[in-house]
Every structure is written in C-alpha cells, then in structure tokens.
Ligand binder design. Sequence first.
Ligand SMILES: [Zn+2]
Ligand SMILES: [Zn+2]
Length: 219
Amino acid sequence: MSILNLLLPAKCVVCAAGGKQLCDGCRESLPLLRSPLCERCGAPTVWPVARCRECSGRRLAFASARAAVEYDGGVRRFVAAWKERGLRGLASLAASVVEEVVPRPSAHQITFVPPDGDRSRKRGHHPPEWLARELGRRWQLPVTPLLGRTRPLPPQRGLARAERRRNVRGAFRASAARSRILLVDDVYTTGSTVAAAASALRAAGAARVDVVTFARAVR
Ligand SMILES: [Zn+2]
Ligand SMILES: [Zn+2]
C-alpha cells in the first residue's frame, strides 16, 4: 500500500463516493452469481446442468469452478483498483463477498495462481494470494504456495479462447499437493489459466482441484 492510500480519505473504488473503499450502495448492487449454475464451470444457466455450452467438450482439470460476482463494469473497476493500487482492504472485502456467495469447498489445502514474474513485481502485490489468505482464515484451511511458472506468460488479454489455451499450456509446475486442493484466482475469464494450473496440481498428486475466484466473466 502506498503512503498516498494511507493519507487520502477513503473513496469508493467503484463510484468515487467518499467514506469507504466500497460504499454500501455499490456493495449492495454487486452482481452476485447465484444458482442455477453449470455444476462444472460455474456459468449462470437457466436450470442446473452438469456441463454447459461454455465448457462442454473441454477437458478441464478442475472438478468445479465458482465465483462470487459477475465481472461487469463496477466489478472491473473494483478489480483494477485492487490490482493496480494494491489496496489490501479490498482483498478482505472480496473474501467477504466470496464467503457470502460460494459454499465452502471440501478441500484440505488452499493454493493460488502464482504471480507472473515481472508484472506482479512491478505492482509489489499479488491479489490471488491475498484472497487465498483471507479465505484460508475464514474457511480454516492452510494456504500453501504450490504453483510456480515454467516461463513468463504473454498477456492473455485480447486472445481468443483457443489461443489462450495454447498460451497457458504447460505454463505451471506444482510441488507435491495433498489430495483435495482449493485453487484461488482473482478473475475467471475463459478458465484457461485455472485449468492449466489445476492440471499441474493433478500431475503433482492432487486427486481433486476445485476453483474459487472473486469474479467471473459471463458471456
Ligand atoms: Zn460506490
Ligand atoms: Zn459449464
């Protein structure tokens, strides 16, 4: 957190109203992702399904993915402030929303998508790790960094789904994992990143990997 954040009065990161980092109005209007959802990838559906249009036919190394909120305009501003300004209070806010919306997965251990060398060093702060630590405290689960990068990842932004998948394949390595792992990331976009990370965890011995993110892109 920069000294500026400590000195300036708090402002809502979504609407800029003074007082709190997330004002009550914006907190209440967060687009929560409630059931019915696709059992596998967590996409909102008309009725509960085992697989949906978005994930059917894809080999996904995770058993389920769940998110608290839709990655829409206000949530994008929230996540941008969290990533770029390193506002640590936002991790706790994000975790409280996840705790409210997502049932606690039956896992033995939490881990998180690791930072991508340069990009996170510049920010000096890694939102997925802070979210994992906040959730570990709330859900009483140990948090262990199990994942590393095998190579720097070219930016995913702007890539089509198939390209994203190619981009991240083999990008992670994992150290020995326990049998049921909860994998945490900040945003689920196409699921390619968490699928590649889950695949490394499975290769390192995890029998099951469930994914939880704060936000999820909805198509
Ligand atoms: Zn607001
Ligand atoms: Zn699905």
